[in-house]
Design a protein around this ligand. Sequence first.
Ligand code: UD1
Length: 426
Amino acid sequence: MDRIHIRGGIPLRGEIEISGAKNAALPLMAAALLSEEPLILENLPRLADIASMADLLEGLGVEIKLNGTTGTTGGRTAELSAKDITETTAPYDVVRKMRASVLVLGPLLARYGKARVSLPGGCAIGTRPVDLHLQAFEQLGAEIELAEGYIEARAPGGLVGAHVIFPMVTVGGTENLLMAAALAKGETVIGNAAREPEVADLARCLIAMGAEIEGVGTDTLRVQGRDALHGALHEVLPDRIETGSYAVAAAITGGDIHLRNARLDLLEAATEALVRAGVSIEETPNGIRVASANGQLKGVDLMTEPFPGFPTDMQAQFMALLAVADGASMITETIFENRFMHVPELCRMGADINVHGSSAIVRGVKQLSGAQVMATDLRASISLILAGLAAEGETIVNRVYHLDRGYERVEEKLAACGADIFRQAE
Ligand code: UD1
């Protein structure tokens, strides 16, 4: 397994290009199943999760052509054609690797009246069930059974629109239902819908495919079902979590980085927290500039919440930052249980962090020190890299395959800003 070696203490300066958003690209790829005409997606990031979704779709019979590099951020363009679907089962081997595989359930059920998807098991950051997705499909008339570790969903007469109010905000649940509703009979109203920018990006793509959706970007989505959707071209929006992660890299090293193609409006809660911590953020004509001129950081309290609140996917990175800020900070995680697995690893690097239930008290220390650490999940991995960039001496991050699921060429992007970082392949 690959490892990443970092020698910390260098203020990062330069420019980093932000890739297309993984969490937007995955549902957008699944949306290709809704039409027999091709969906062209621009600005797809080069990531292991994107390759997993492509494998899953190809297994269902989707033809995928990669057309080189276009779009505004140098990402890849793919043409996905779901003309002849040969299979409606998403097997265990793929779903096990990536929970977002469950996003094929809604489109398959809506277009073919049946789908079989392996139940995603527990995962490192909590139990993460899909019960809300399944309840929503039942409200649209689907029959759902769980057998031999698979979700078996059927809607022989087609799905019928309904009024669905999610009891808690779910990003994947909203996306799955939105795709299904686009081909259901009549109107579907989705209440307490997730407002994450990736949901809005999916809605915009569905509209380009002929869907009728009102309320995009709000917590109430109104969908008029169509008999069929057509092909479309859609550019994936920039990755706000990658943006936030590199903003923390600038801040934690006392550096100055321009994040090209980043969008401030996608990341207001996190940038506001950076400003409170003493970091300067400036919008530029084609991105965001993040600088921490005197390197003095102040502790801030944070609570993760659904968008537009502070994103759970930025919690681990901020914990690394606050570990070296002046004073104490309290971080409360409200979205996932068990999302503090980076804490013992950060403590091995000299951080002073105590966890009590869903809150962590971070008492800033003057200096972290390099250590061998183990990445446990995607965002925990990047938080250890960020801590390593600030630490004295060498940090070795093991198990970086988590990182490759969600960060494109992370060591190249950081090295281009002066970081002393390299990957050791094994
Ligand atoms: C998506 C993101 C992930 C991010 C998360 C929250 C993708 C591919 N992943 O994950 O990076 O951390 O949003 O912003 O976009 N829940 C249930 N039952 C369900 C569904 C969810 O109880 O049927 C719970 C989950 O366990 C969790 C909460 O709802 O506690 C939010 O989960 P959800 O928004 O669905 O996250 P994902 O879509 O899996």
